[in-house]
Design a protein around this ligand. Sequence first.
Ligand SMILES: Cc1cc2nc3c(=O)[nH]c(=O)nc-3n(C[C@H](O)[C@H](O)[C@H](O)COP(=O)(O)O)c2cc1C
Length: 169
Amino acid sequence: MDAIFTRRSVRRFKSKPVEKGRIEKLLKAAMQAPSAGNQQPWEFIVVTEPETLKKLAKISPYAKMTAEAGAAVVVLGNKEGMRFPENWQQDLSAATQNLLLEAVNLKLGAVWLGVAPLEERMEFITDFFNLSENLLPFSLIAIGYPEGQGNYFTDRFDASRIHYETYKN
Ligand SMILES: Cc1cc2nc3c(=O)[nH]c(=O)nc-3n(C[C@H](O)[C@H](O)[C@H](O)COP(=O)(O)O)c2cc1C
């Protein structure tokens, strides 16, 4: 799968909106993710309003690119209906990664901006959207058409990390 190998964090975007149809495809990919007991604990807030994107960018010093993004997706966990609550972050990581890979397929650039488990950032999202107590902010994904550096292959294969049959210390 090419997207796995060429996906990069893209942090500079053209001032071009991301089409609704593309955003839908991103969310479809996110929802195809595996989850513990197939609990699918995800909810998504799609933001495309430039003014809202600018305000969201203030979540951390490492999320400034959100202000220039064509769209952002906030990935949330819904505590209601979680059968395996201890696994919510793994489930939402898989959904986030699926979305990032579909972005590559769609010639978009995207970057995973960490929210959970940092309480300050989780509270920022909760307050920003006035979320109820059952919703757990997990990640923020800034998305857009790449300006300059887009997706490209970088070789991270490291044979020394692989251990066949056993681990020899
Ligand atoms: C849990 C998590 C949190 C991250 N948070 C940020 C962030 O706040 N700001 C940012 O610019 N990149 C963030 N990243 C992206 C990483 O910096 C990036 O994936 C890493 O440097 C590897 O580069 P690549 O994505 O191009 O392969 C985050 C990635 C993960 C998985």
